[in-house]
Design a protein around this ligand. Structure first.
Ligand code: NCD
Length: 301
């Protein structure tokens, strides 16, 4: 079964194939906006954690492929609340739908669901673990906005310990030998050793002029409030890094600023109208990429 569980499952050839299939889907979006490719199929979206973009872009994607959607936006309000296990819940949903997109609170839940599911599972974020579909859309954005072929330096900034998007994105970027990574985080939110490659990467505890002036991509992330056991610790660290227009002016003119969203305060609103800002429009890339992932899971392409 074509599950999407974790970024390391993809090799370079498969990533390039997904990029090209996403571009085909974008052509559909830009012309008729509709296809009957998934007619008669059902996508279930089951989200245990809040989501705006991931769930709605999955649902938009399935609607635009001509399929139907059943959805639980607040998994905590389902039988999970009564104490049902992830295996029993997802096993049941897999008897209703042809493909499932899920978001869970704990690392590894998507894998556990995949073990019992009768249909493909797509991981829409497993706690502080991974978020492979966000990273595929980030990769698609990088390919469209810059290139996957030329040498690029990306600065991943913010809550690197708990931010699942950077965990998956770094893994996808390692498939292209042109990438080097600057990891920028306060020491409490530092990246796990398993993700750090001392041969190509550097670590910083502040957004220095060196980071700003050398980056081709600044990728900002939110301090993940929901992962803090101690609210005082969150209060102390929130707002630790703020990218504003003055900092963006220190970047190369052709460099870009990305963010998976939602933003809290880590990018000042004065950046939004600068030419480097690439976080609102590219959020739309979630639709063609997820159309491609659904079509692949259903073995329609
Ligand atoms: C991210 C997530 O849920 O991990 N959002 C998203 O899916 N676009 C980032 C975040 O919540 O900070």
């Amino acid at each position: 079964m074509r599950h999407v569980l974790s970024a390391p499952q993809f090799d370079t050839a498969e990533l390039l194939e997904i990029m090209s299939q996403s571009a085909d889907m974008e052509k559909i979006l830009d012309t008729t906006g509709y296809s009957e490719m998934a007619k008669g199929k059902i996508l279930a979206t089951f989200f245990y954690e809040p989501s705006t973009r991931t769930r709605l872009s999955f649902e938009t994607a399935m609607n635009r492929l001509g399929g139907k959607v059943i959805s639980v936006a607040d998994g905590q309000g389902s039988s999970v609340k009564k104490g049902e296990s992830i295996e029993d819940t997802m096993g049941t949903i897999s008897r209703y739908a042809d493909v499932i997109a899920m978001r869970s609170t704990k690392i590894g839940y998507a894998e556990r669901a995949a073990k019992v599911s009768l249909v493909p599972i797509i991981n829409g974020g497993d706690g502080p673990g991974e978020h492979p579909t966000q990273s595929l859309l980030d990769l698609y954005t990088i390919q469209k906005e810059i290139s996957l072929e030329k040498p690029l330096k990306i600065a991943l900034i913010g809550d690197l310990k708990n931010g699942r998007t950077v965990h998956s994105l770094q893994k996808l970027l390692r498939n292209f030998d042109n990438f080097s990574i600057d990891w920028v985080a306060p020491k409490e939110l530092d990246i796990q050793d398993e993700y750090f490659n001392p041969e190509t990467d550097r670590k910083f505890t502040e957004i220095t002029d060196e980071v700003l002036s050398e980056a081709d991509i600044i990728y900002m992330t939110r301090i993940q409030k929901e992962r803090f056991e101690n609210p005082a610790e969150y209060e102390r660290l929130k707002g630790v890094f703020i990218l504003d227009a003055a900092k963006v002016k220190k970047m190369k003119p052709e460099a870009i600023v990305m963010h998976p969203l939602p933003r809290v305060d880590e990018i000042a609103t004065d950046v939004d109208t600068l030419p480097q800002a690439r976080y609102f429009d590219p959020a739309r890339n979630g639709v063609p990429v997820r159309m491609a992932l659904i079509a692949r899971a259903l073995e329609l392409m």
